[in-house]
Design a protein around this ligand. Structure first.
Ligand SMILES: C[S@@+](CC[C@H](N)C(=O)[O-])C[C@H]1O[C@@H](n2cnc3c(N)ncnc32)[C@H](O)[C@@H]1O
Length: 202
């Protein structure tokens, strides 16, 4: 069986019991370097997930008889590897175990419900900010090109009254949550890995 397991936002305390059990009973675990480091006492084979997803797909297709776990941060079905593997592997071989997404985590930390939230990402695309900012509640996974500063500028350009929440290194020891108006966010020089929540004034 090929398991795709969400590890949660980072701190190992957030992984589900089922996910953990499946990982430790696997022959092979495939994942990003940081994620593989979090299962240091796993004794089977570890394979580092390269950016060449076709290579990993090929490996999995050739080893469908093995117990393989592909581990992913947060929830694999939210801007994660779940989509690619679900499209390319017959579903009878697949088992996806949800994890707590960094998006869910940040909403818990700021005591705001996720009802009607618009979820999006800036990874590898130019976001349509007119559309994004027409929503009352948005949560965005970001990348190094489009992050809190660029989002703040887009809000300023449109003269909108929004509050921005930036969650950095969520669930890790150096977690930092910054809440403010676009000018407050622009005053911060640099942000680490983050998700951004954009809220209308209530
Ligand atoms: C490829 S997406 C994966 C999202 C993941 N599947 C999830 O559900 O959280 C990677 C992006 O998620 C966000 N992210 C993941 N873990 C994070 C964390 N612990 N703290 C802040 N942002 C995080 C960042 O925006 C990062 O660039």
């Amino acid at each position: 069986m090929i398991n795709i397991i969400g590890l949660g936002p980072g701190n190992t305390g957030y992984i589900t019991k089922l996910g953990e059990k499946l990982i430790y009973s696997s022959d092979v675990v495939i994942g990003g370097k940081r994620n593989l480091e979090s299962i240091e006492d796993f004794e089977g084979e570890k394979i580092v997930l390269s950016t060449n997803l076709k290579e990993i797909l090929q490996y999995i297709q050739n080893n469908l008889d093995k117990n393989i776990s592909v581990i992913a941060s947060g929830d694999p079905s939210i801007y994660g590897i779940g989509r690619y593997l679900s499209k390319n592997i017959e579903h009878k071989h697949l088992n996806i175990v949800s994890g707590i997404s960094s998006l869910q985590y940040i909403f818990s930390r700021i005591f705001v419900d996720m009802n009607d939230v618009y979820i999006t990402s800036s990874h590898g695309k130019v976001p349509d900010f007119d559309y994004i900012l027409s929503h009352k509640k948005v949560c965005m996974v970001t990348d190094s090109k489009i992050g809190p500063h660029e989002i703040s500028r887009e809000i300023q350009k449109r003269n909108l009254n929004k509050t921005i929440v930036v969650g950095e290194n969520l669930s890790y020891k150096d977690e930092k949550i910054t809440i403010g108006k676009p000018e407050d966010i622009l005053a911060v020089e640099k942000f680490d890995m983050n998700v951004v929540v954009i809220l209308d004034e209530e």
